[in-house]
Design a protein around this ligand. Structure first.
Ligand code: ADP
Ligand code: MG
Length: 740
């Protein structure tokens, strides 16, 4: 019996013959132009706006961008006109409001500039109305019950702080207007609106606190964000043969290859040429879009890479991270590659996270402009200020650790958190040796809390940044680490929209800042100086939040025990993490800050839990189909092949017992798989039968549901290591991860 042509061998032939695609970069007279000369060429930045807009209009626009103020609708027509001219001269035909529904992705609906005037002559038109607002049907986006389908109206509105940009794809160009997506009663239907609200609230609260300690003239406190994006690049031909990667973005089966990442030879290794060519083209496209990618390197797992930008205003960094993910996916295909940002596409090797480096910076019309609040300074006052904001962050993280956990609770991240490659599900903060010493000295009262000036000199806070930068042991195991002048929220998943986790962080910190302001205001009345009062407040705070500080190995079993003693949450499963969105503390945080109404908060919980359930059900159905239509048939063919040979051999008088033994061993594994597959079918039926009770569904799927999938996987993987290579229907880990 001849075996059919194995699709894997066809893919391998295609892959080994793939040429490297070289992209040309902008050049003049045969010489490549420096990136800085065309960076942002597909965005309409403030510089062009200033050149084209009347002074008064420009001033209003600039203020709205710089200070997060709403754009006056009376300037919209003029701005729209400039945008239209700019876009049309670049060959743009359509525009779209580009927004971020609660799907984790971006959404767009294109409208042509083409219109007809009153004489029915064709014209290009783009009005102020069209710039600031458009009306998409909200009913087909997840809203978590926020909006019944019969009142489906929602609208998208330009967020002027994020520059409009041109998307180039498939030989066409269209204008993207970064937007928020809101219901007609103002309810946030998207990820961006709550983020913007949290940035505003944090800004106001931080300004109050700065004002109180004598830092005057602050116009805004922006949060800053630098997002390190990890991802895998595998060949498209392999990807196309894996229904699990296509449907669920992760492999649901696959035996571990003999070589995984144990040689530790991939991290910072030489980037393969094909990948280099791909990443360079990704960078090229991102530069045109004004995304400041500056770092690229191999990551720990084979075929895993990372790109990171220079940090920006958080609100913009979030848009830019979406662009990074979408441009990466698009350009990779041109190189015959598939980009995968899922948190755990391959079992047994590292998954992908997204380190969110976060800080706060002052906008002011005086010397305070540009000051990073998480950077110690030269004067005692600067350091007092630094410690104050540091304390506020620790308060926020301590009190709302559960919420931060909720922000990273996805089906994908569940595989990563606590898997010895990513921080555990326990949220704690790492501060480094030098800073910890300072904090503990203050908390222990080793420095007099009544003379801030001397205390600061003694503590040597001003020297801290150097100390931290030199500190080579960065403690990669911490979910939330101070890495000199910023915190690095490392537990965020690779495929996530970061708007949500960053919003939660900002909300928690904003609340803590407000509480500190209140306490400090009282303290100042009796203290000798403001700085002395701050030191006293900070001291009490460092003591209160001691439990959330952890310098040790977050991967160790001892930490799990220790964290429990400290009363820290350890929520290993995503549904438990998400349930933190429903606590009293969460409700009062969002009510107090006004970032989410109670209904908006509930809807976020609902959307995310529902997403979790859907993710797992998709995985289960995919796994079942692969077993039924690919794996089992392959094993039958393999056994049939042996049986045929055994029959022929026996007829010829040959001892075929060894073949019979081999076939019997395989059929035993097949029987196990059939049994597990039947159990999976029951689990799916039961889970789907629970559709009226989302919470129960989530609880069932995250336990029995995931366990059963793992059992099926084990049975399949055992067969993968038994069945003849030419019979195995799906690309193996070895093939996908080690390109030839
Ligand atoms: P590390 O090696 O500590 O991770 P890098 O300097 O490579 O540090 O920075 C990682 C990311 O952190 C980059 O995207 C960088 O721009 C960003 N970053 C640096 N400073 C800040 C800051 N003040 N606020 C936000 N992000 C920052
Ligand atoms: Mg880093």
């Amino acid at each position: 019996m001849a075996s059919p042509i194995n699709p894997r061998s066809v893919a391998l032939r295609e892959i080994t013959q793939r040429p490297v695609r070289i992209t040309s970069r902008p050049e003049e007279n045969g010489v490549q132009l420096p990136t800085s000369t065309w960076f942002g060429s597909n965005t309409l930045g403030l510089r062009t706006m200033r050149a084209k807009l009347p002074k008064s209009v420009y001033a209003k626009l600039a203020a709205s961008i710089r200070l997060g103020k709403k754009l006056d609708s009376d300037v919209a027509p003029t701005v729209a006109q400039v945008i239209k001219e700019w876009a049309i001269t670049r060959g743009v035909t359509h525009f779209t409001h580009w927004f971020q529904p609660q799907t984790g992705l971006t959404a767009e609906k294109h409208d042509a500039f083409l219109n007809f005037d009153e004489d029915k002559f064709p014209i290009e038109q783009f009005t102020g109305e069209q710039l600031i607002q458009s009306e998409p049907d909200a009913s087909s986006f997840p809203s978590g019950g926020l909006r019944a389908t019969w009142e489906a109206r929602g609208y998208t509105a330009w967020n002027p702080a994020s520059p409009v940009f041109i998307s180039e794809t498939g030989g066409t160009k269209y204008l993207c207007i970064p937007s928020v997506f809101i219901g007609y009663n103002g309810e946030a239907l998207d990820e961006m609106t709550p983020l913007l609200r949290s940035s505003d609230v944090l800004s106001h609260r931080a300004m109050d606190l700065l004002e109180l300690i004598g830092d005057k003239g602050v116009l805004r406190v922006n949060t800053t964000l630098g997002v390190e994006q990890e991802f895998f690049l595998i060949d498209r031909a392999h990807f196309a043969l894996r229904p699990d990667l296509i449907m669920a973005n992760r492999s649901l089966i696959g035996a571990p290859p003999p070589r995984g990442q144990q040689l530790e030879d991939h991290y910072f290794g030489g980037i393969p040429e094909r990948v280099q060519a791909c990443i360079s083209e990704v960078e090229l496209e991102l530069y045109k879009l004004g995304v400041p990618i500056v770092t690229r390197h191999n990551e720990v797992a084979p075929s895993q890479f990372e790109m990171a930008p220079i940090f920006e205003d958080s609100d913009i960094a979030v848009d830019h991270n979406h662009l990074v993910m979408s441009v990466l996916r698009k350009i990779a295909l041109r190189h015959g590659l598939q980009a995968i940002v899922h948190e755990k596409p391959f079992a047994g090797i590292n998954g992908s996270g997204k380190h969110c480096n976060w800080s706060m910076a002052i906008t002011a019309d005086n010397a305070l402009d540009g000051v990073n609040l998480l950077k110690p300074g030269k004067t005692p006052h600067q350091n007092v200020r630094f410690l104050l904001f540091l304390a506020a962050i620790l308060e926020g993280v301590h009190k709302h650790a559960g919420l931060l956990r909720a922000g990273i609770a996805t089906s994908g991240n569940e595989h990563r958190l606590g898997a010895n490659e990513a921080p555990p599900a326990i949220i704690s903060a790492f501060l480094g040796k030098g800073l910890t010493q300072v904090i503990e000295d203050i908390a222990d009262g080793k420095t007099s809390p009544t003379n801030a000036e001397q205390a600061m000199l003694k503590l040597g806070v001003a020297k801290l940044p150097e100390v931290e930068q030199d500190n080579t042991d960065r403690n990669r195991t911490s979910p939330f680490a101070f890495t000199g002048a910023k915190f690095e929220f490392r537990a965020v998943g690779g495929s996530q929209s970061i708007a949500f986790p960053v919003m939660l962080l900002q909300a928690a910190v904003a609340e803590a800042i407000a509480e500190m302001t209140d306490t400090l205001r009282k303290e100042i009345k009796t203290a000798k100086s403001v700085d002395d009062a701050v030191l006293k407040v900070v001291r009490a705070s460092f003591k209160r939040t001691a439990a959330v500080r952890f310098e040790g190995n977050n991967y160790s079993d001892e930490w799990v025990v220790e964290a429990k003693k400290r009363g820290l949450l350890n929520l290993r499963r995503a549904p438990d993490g998400l349930a933190q969105l429903t606590t009293k503390d969460a409700k009062s945080l969002f009510k107090g800050t006004g970032i989410l109404t109670e209904i908006e908060l509930e809807s976020r919980y609902h959307v995310r839990l529902e997403r979790y359930v859907k993710d797992i059900l998709i995985e289960q159905h995919t796994l079942q189909q692969m077993v039924d239509t690919q794996i089992l048939p392959a094993t039958y063919a393999y056994v049939g092949n042996i049986a045929q040979a055994a029959g022929q051999g026996a007829a010829a008088g040959i001892n075929m017992q060894p073949l019979v033994d081999a076939a019997n061993a395989t059929t035993k594994l097949i029987a196990t798989l059939q049994k597990k597959r039947a159990e999976l079918a029951k689990v799916i039926a039961k889970a789907e039968g629970m559709h009226d009770d989302l919470v129960a569904q989530g609880a069932y799927l995250t336990s029995t549901g995931c366990d059963t999938m793992n059992d099926v996987r084990d049975a399949v993987d055992a067969l993968e290591l038994t069945v003849g290579d030419e019979f195995w229907p799906v690309p193996r880990y070895r093939e996908m991860l080690f390109p030839v």
